[in-house]
Design a protein around this ligand. Structure first.
Ligand code: FAD
Length: 318
């Protein structure tokens, strides 16, 4: 049996949940058994009903102690459920939270760990995973020699699963949040113009060519608002303190795969490309016709962002 631990926001599944199902189905084909999912925290019942549509047996615990996220508390829940249900594989998204508790679950289960993987496979006895390494220039393959295995799956990489013909069952699980020695004192919501970067279907990312933090408010944010997009940034921009780290797209930032990715004044360094090159349509605006971003762009405008972006906003509004 395969256990998924999908994330949700107040009952709405995150996009990564359907990617977990995709990986779960791949493993199920070789390992057999059912796919189960564990949903935790307020809204878990609604999220469980949603994931059950993918043929997954969904368990939920609405205990308020699962929010805000604490690695120790989620570790306890995932390890308990995996033991209770006899999981051969536990799959979590490689989000900030997932990356923080997946290794702890592996320790608790005395299991193998495959981290930040982009692909999974199994021959029925072992489980393999691929991940990017060396600035995304190398794809590393690892294989467990024994089960169970805990896997964190890179977000926005696998094709999201389609709903199943027969939905799974939904049931509450008696799994109260464990006590924790950690107290979260405050939380601040990052401002992404209302649209989450991980889930947005359109992303407008600004690079150093935008010129300044003011360039973001004058050019990137109005363009993003016009097309209901999330705002992203390159690492050069984040390192300069123009935008928060939460906005960074790329190898050491977020991986995004929107329908449309608009690259404004960024060069297209390999570390940036690895975070956005699965976008369906890429539009690039750069004054250098030889900028590497044009090699991956579907549409390109060679020009100054200060002239092109306001013109584009005007056209889109019209
Ligand atoms: C280990 C490691 C990890 C990294 N991880 C990441 C990551 O996660 N994400 C990331 O983005 N980078 C990452 N980088 C950094 C990466 O190598 C690049 O340095 C960075 O992406 C460059 O950002 P940029 O494109 O904004 O700046 P630049 O490379 O300086 O490009 C600016 C571009 O703007 C254009 N331009 C300038 N003025 C204008 C104008 N007025 N109008 C139009 N175009 C203009 C220029 O022609 C140029 O192409 C990483 C690097 C390392 C070593």
């Amino acid at each position: 049996m395969i256990l998924l631990v999908p994330e949700h926001a107040a009952g709405t599944l995150r996009g990564s949940a359907r990617e977990l199902v995709t990986a779960g189905r791949t493993l199920q084909a070789a390992l057999g058994g059912e796919i189960h999912a564990l949903l935790l925290g307020p809204g878990a019942a609604a999220a469980a009903a949603e994931i059950a549509k993918y043929g997954v047996q969904a368990h939920h615990s609405e205990d308020a102690g699962y929010e805000p996220f604490k690695a120790q508390v989620w570790t306890h829940a995932a390890a308990e459920a995996a033991t209770m249900l006899g999981a051969k594989a536990v799959l979590v998204p490689a989000s900030r939270s997932g990356l923080s508790y997946a290794p702890r679950v592996a320790v608790r289960l005395n299991a193998a760990l495959l981290e930040d993987v982009i692909e999974v496979d199994s021959d029925g006895a072992t489980v393999g995973g691929k991940r990017f390494t060396y600035l995304s220039r190398v794809t590393e393959s690892s294989r467990t020699t024994a089960l169970p295995v805990v896997i964190s799956l890179k977000v926005n990489v696998l094709a999201p699963a389609e709903a199943a013909a027969a939905p799974g069952a939904v049931a509450a699980i008696d799994l109260p949040a464990a006590a924790s020695g950690v107290e979260v004192l405050s939380q601040a919501k990052a401002s992404t113009g209302g649209v989450s970067l991980d889930e947005a279907s359109v992303v407008v990312t600004g690079g150093r060519g935008v010129g300044s933090p003011e360039g973001f408010t004058r050019l990137v944010e109005p363009l993003a608002a016009t097309v209901n997009a999330a705002v992203g940034a390159t690492r050069a921009v984040v390192d300069a303190g123009w935008r928060p780290y939460a906005d960074q797209v790329g190898q050491t930032g977020k991986t995004v795969a929107p329908n449309v990715y608009i690259a404004v004044g960024l060069s297209g360094a390999v570390q940036h490309l690895s975070g956005m090159n699965r976008s369906k349509t890429i539009v690039a605006i750069n004054k250098d016709k030889d900028a590497p971003i044009f090699k991956v762009a579907d549409y390109g405008v060679v020009g100054d962002v200060n002239e092109v972006v306001p013109e584009l906003v005007k056209l889109l509004k019209g």
